[in-house]
Write a protein that binds this ligand. Structure first.
Ligand code: XIL
Length: 299
C-alpha cells in the first residue's frame, strides 16, 4: 500500500489524524490529509468550549466543518470530547455541585443529539486521572461533583446515541507500570463488572523525554483489551519523531487484535500543538519524514 490509510486497512484498521477547521483552506494540508488518512478527530472543534460557548446555546459550525470535510473524503470521525476538566467554557468553569453535574448531562445530550448516528467513536471522558503517582482521580470541578461522574457520563452517552462506541481517553497510561495506568485499568474493570457502558479506551500517546515510550505498551494494550474493550492510539506524537519508536508503537497496535487503529495528532510538524518537538510524520513543507516510511513499512 502507498498510503497510511490503505496500509492500515490491510489488517482492518484505520489510520487517523487530528484535523483543525482553521487549516481546511490550506491546500497543501488538505492534499496530504485527504490522501493519507481514514479517520479524523477534530482537534478542538467538538470540545465543550466550542460546542456550548454559552450555557444551553450549542454551536456546531466548526465541528460540522471538520465532520463534513471528513465525510466528503470518505473518512470516519472520532468525537472529542464530551466531559473534560480542560477547555471548558467560562460558564462551566464557574459551576459546581449538582448544577455542574446537570450541565454535564445536558451537554452530553445536546452534542450527542446533533451527531447521533454519524460518528464512529466518542471520547466521552478525557483525562480524568491524576499524574501524581497515586493512581487516583484528578481533582477537577467535575470530580468534585462526586466520584460517579464518569459512569454517569457514560450511561448518559449510551442512552443519547446507542450507535457510537464510547471511549475513555487519557495520556501517560501507556506504561503498564505507571500508577495512572493501573487506576484507569481498575476503573474499566469495575465498569465492565457492573455493566457501565464502555466500549473502548484511547491511549493518547504523547511521548517525550519526560514520558517516553516503553516497550511494555503492548502489554498495556493487551491487558485492557482482555477486559473486553477495544483499544486505540488516539493522539500519537513523539518528540523528535524517532522512526524506530514510531515503528514500535505501530507494531504494538498490530500485535493486539482489539487495537482498532491509530491516530497521529496533526498532519505536518508545523500543524502540531507542540511544533517545537517536530513530533509528526510530515515536515513543515509537507515532505514525508523517516518516521512516515517506518510506519508505512510496519503496517
Ligand atoms: C490540544 C490541541 O492540539 C491544541 O490545539 C489546544 O490548544 C489544546 O488541546 N490531550 C487532548 C487534546 O485530549 O484535546 C489536546 O489537544 C492535547 C492533549
Amino acid at each position: 500500500a502507498s498510503t497510511l490509510g490503505a496500509a492500515a486497512a490491510q489488517s482492518g484498521r484505520y489510520f487517523g489524524t487530528a484535523i483543525a477547521a482553521g487549516r481546511l483552506g490550506d491546500s497543501a494540508y488538505t492534499t496530504i490529509a485527504g490522501r493519507e488518512f481514514t479517520m479524523v478527530t477534530p482537534e478542538n472543534e467538538m470540545k465543550i468550549d466550542a460546542t456550548e460557548p454559552q450555557q444551553g446555546q450549542f454551536n456546531f459550525s466548526a465541528g460540522d466543518q471538520v465532520y463534513n470535510w471528513a465525510v466528503q473524503h470518505g473518512m470516519r470521525v472520532r468525537g472529542h470530547t464530551l466531559a473534560w476538566h480542560s477547555q471548558q467554557p467560562g460558564w462551566m468553569q464557574s459551576l459546581s455541585g449538582s448544577a455542574l453535574r446537570q450541565a454535564m448531562i445536558n451537554h452530553i445530550n445536546g452534542v450527542m443529539a446533533h451527531y447521533k448516528g454519524k460518528l464512529a467513536y466518542w471520547d466521552v471522558v478525557n483525562e480524568a486521572f491524576a499524574d501524581d503517582g497515586s493512581g487516583g482521580r484528578r481533582d477537577s470541578n467535575l470530580q468534585r461533583t462526586g466520584n460517579d461522574w464518569i459512569e454517569v457520563a457514560f450511561r448518559t452517552a449510551r442512552a443519547a446515541d446507542p450507535s457510537v462506541k464510547l471511549c475513555y481517553n487519557d495520556y501517560n497510561i501507556e506504561n503498564w507500570n505507571a500508577a495512572k495506568t493501573q487506576g484507569v485499568y481498575n476503573m474499566v474493570k469495575d465498569f465492565k463488572s457492573r455493566g457501565v457502558p464502555i466500549d473502548c479506551v484511547g491511549f493518547q500517546s504523547h511521548f517525550n523525554s519526560g514520558d517516553p515510550y516503553n516497550s511494555n505498551f503492548r502489554t498495556t494494550l493487551q491487558n485492557f483489551a482482555a477486559l473486553g474493550v477495544d483499544v486505540a492510539i488516539t493522539e500519537l506524537d513523539i518528540q523528535g519523531a524517532s522512526a524506530t519508536t514510531y515503528a514500535n508503537v505501530t507494531n504494538d497496535c498490530l500485535a493486539v487484535s482489539r487495537c482498532v487503529g491509530m491516530t497521529v495528532w496533526g498532519v505536518r510538524d508545523s500543524d502540531s500543538w507542540r511544533s517545537g518537538d517536530t513530533p509528526l510524520l510530515f515536515d513543515g513543507n509537507g515532505n514525508k519524514k523517516a518516521a512516515y516510511t517506518s510506519v508505512l513499512n510496519a503496517l
